[in-house]
Design a protein around this ligand. Structure first.
Ligand code: PLP
Length: 416
């Protein structure tokens, strides 16, 4: 789509990165063992070919419509807007997608690519389970064998999601190493890939990892921002003043922002997990205390201690709880094109309750970080301003955890 409505010349050229080796300025790249450079090269070539092939793009577009439920609505949150008394608050409803979050955009794109590459088997990692569920679902649809790696601790916390993946025919393999969470699950998935290169494609779940994953995953999600722009122009005749999204690895945020990077009058804000505090081990705000380093194939901002050991992280939302941020975010932070903020567990939980009670929409706890920031911004801005928050996922998966955090002991008897 070509709806550039620049009001002044833009300093940003969003197509200038990454370079052919996957560098976003000093970030990104491909830091992997020799054994993985072959499948990554094969993937680069297949992806480049597919991206320029209209039949691939048409098939994906159709699947996004019929299987995933695109386009998603742009929703005006009238009661919220009234409550905060400032800027108009809009929500981009990615939570309405099949399997409950934006993740299906990327899972579908990569599955279609794997089919074209003649792969028979898919592997993926998952933390909270959302990416695992999206992957299991597309594998059932395409008839792929599917193995999902998940930390044993995450499996215990997300037992229902493990069951949902198994219902879709996936094999869920628990990982007992280290902290038994996402980082270890990614290591196991990479180990599996090395040994099964010919048959297997690895569907990585965020805008992270070695080239070409960060830009490929972003491209599968950029439909979010393209639709948002089209909807604002056709329904409201102008662009919003500010876009806000939560940032884990960074896929929903960069997909939402990408089509707006050159519209420099639109403020873009990514919201990281501030956790319990900004003390080491108590948060996942990589731009607050992180340093340049390399993790799982990619050079970027990473939470690590003075010896370079990866720090443990914490967030109320499992999907934001990761020590590294996608390299494209690091690049646009340096350029000062995207601003970053952080929101803590408690504020996120408050926003979770507020959206539920004011609009009847249960957001994911990840999304609630973006919401909390957005509510604060709305109250600071005047009523002719418009902000739009990307509602990356729905909160059904978090309802039991939210009840626990709210101290509910007896669900059937509770009163709010
Ligand atoms: C996975 C997830 C996120 C975080 O991942 P990103 O790659 O940063 O988008 C955010 N929101 C929801 C609902 C998720 O499932």
């Amino acid at each position: 789509m070509n709806t550039q409505i620049l009001t002044k010349p833009s300093k940003t050229d969003r197509f200038s990165v990454p370079d052919e080796k996957g560098h976003f300025g000093p970030y990104g790249g491909s830091f992997v063992p020799e054994t993985l450079s072959y499948p990554l090269r094969e993937l680069c070539e297949a992806y480049e070919y597919a991206m320029n092939d209209s039949s691939f793009n048409m098939e994906l577009k159709k699947l996004l419509r019929t299987f995933a439920g695109r386009p998603t609505e742009l929703y005006y949150a009238e009661r919220l807007t009234e409550k905060y008394g400032g800027a108009k608050i809009f929500l981009k409803r990615e939570d309405l997608l099949h399997t409950g979050a934006h993740k299906i955009n990327n899972a579908l794109g990569q599955a279609l690519l794997a089919k074209r590459m003649g792969k028979k088997r898919i592997i993926a990692e998952t933390g909270a389970g959302q990416h695992g569920i999206a992957t299991a679902s597309v594998c059932a649809k395409f008839g792929f064998e599917c193995v999902i790696y998940m930390g044993a601790e995450d499996m215990r916390r997300q037992a229902l999601n493990v069951f949902r993946m198994r219902l879709s025919g996936a094999e869920v393999r628990g990982v007992e190493a280290g902290s038994k969470t996402l980082k270890e699950a990614i290591n196991e998935a990479m180990r599996d890939w090395v040994t099964n290169i010919r048959s297997t494609h690895y569907i990585l779940g965020s805008a992270l990892g070695a080239h070409p994953y960060p830009s490929m995953v972003r491209n599968f999600h950029k439909v979010i921002g393209e639709e948002t722009k089209r909807q604002f122009l056709s329904e409201h005749g102008k662009l919003p003043d500010e876009l806000i999204a939560c940032v884990g690895g960074g896929s929903n945020a960069i997909g939402f922002f990408f089509d707006f990077l050159e519209e420099e009058q639109v403020r873009l804000v990514g919201v990281e997990a501030g956790g319990k505090s900004l003390g080491e081990g108590e948060h996942a705000a990589r731009f607050e205390g992180g340093k340049l380093g390399i993790l799982q194939g990619c050079k970027t901002w990473i939470l690590q201690n003075s010896d370079g050991q990866i720090s443990s992280t914490h967030s109320v939302s499992a999907g934001l709880d990761y020590a590294a941020i996608g390299p494209e975010h690091a690049y646009y932070k340096d350029k000062n094109r995207i601003k970053y903020a952080h929101v803590g567990d408690e504020e996120a939980l408050d926003a979770f309750k507020t959206l539920s009670s004011e609009e009847g929409i249960l957001p994911a706890l990840e999304t609630s970080h973006g919401l909390a920031y957005g509510f604060k911004r709305a109250s600071q801005l005047s009523p002719e301003k418009i902000i739009c928050i990307n509602l990356s996922g729905r909160g059904d998966k978090d309802a039991v955890e939210a009840a626990r955090l709210m101290g509910v002991k007896d669900l059937p008897q509770m009163k709010l």
